[in-house]
Design a protein around this ligand. Structure first.
Ligand code: GRF
Length: 208
């Protein structure tokens, strides 16, 4: 049985999709804890209602990024996770933290990486006249929103779209894609070869 720790900062809808899939599909895994850096993150209530340990570690109480990440690592490691899942966790992580969880930390980013790292991805894609937007699940490295790509979801841009309509359509796909990617990891079905992630059953890593 694999142990998963999920980090959130807010709504937590991707965390919710993962928790539900883990239970309904009976993964060989359990969600050991959901940790937020923001007190009052909406997702904490859902996790607590589902019997999952929840913790808040407010970054505002720390003098430096290094001090926060060191304490976060200590708290996470108390749950001995096999996998750390970032689900809307709005923090830039220190190299020491990312090295500690190398190849066992996933993130979901709302763009077709390597395009549009950082914030406001859908608005920037619209400004650039992109005809497709999407989301990417990737392993986390010290380089923000980079790291080997596990899965991508693509959504066409249609007339009248704005940031909120796009993010709503992409989010629906995120909720299908992220649980699948996490399940692949816990079932040992992901391999990184020369920086490229392969799914060993040959399942499609593209979602639409
Ligand atoms: C998602 O759009 C995800 O791609 C991005 O932050 C958002 C988190 O939403 N990293 P939620 O907290 O999972 O609802």
């Amino acid at each position: 049985m694999k142990s998963i720790v999920i980090l959130i900062s807010g709504r937590g809808s991707n965390m919710e999709a993962i928790v539900r899939a883990c239970a309904s599909e009976v993964w060989p895994a359990r969600i050991a804890a959901v940790i937020s850096n923001r007190p009052g993150a909406a997702g904490l209530d859902f996790a607590a209602r589902h019997g999952i340990a929840t913790l808040v570690l407010d970054h505002k109480g720390f003098a430096s990024r290094e001090a926060f990440d060191a304490e976060l690592q200590r708290v996470i490691d108390g749950f001995s996770p096999d996998l750390l899942v970032l689900a809307g966790f709005m923090r830039i992580l220190t190299p020491s933290f990312t090295a500690h969880y190398a190849e066992r930390m996933l993130n979901i980013h709302p763009s077709l990486l390597p395009a549009f790292t950082g914030l406001h991805t859908h608005a920037r894609a619209l400004e650039m006249g992109c005809k497709f937007v999407g989301a990417t699940v990737h392993f986390v490295t010290a380089d923000l929103d980079h790291g080997a790509i596990v899965a991508q979801a693509v959504v066409p841009v249609i007339a009248g779209d704005d940031e909120s309509s796009l993010s709503a359509r992409v989010l629906k796909l995120e909720h299908r894609m992220y649980p699948r990617a996490v399940r692949w990891f816990v079932e040992g079905k992901l391999a990184i070869v020369d920086g490229v992630v392969r799914q060993s059953d040959g399942e499609a890593q593209a979602f639409s």
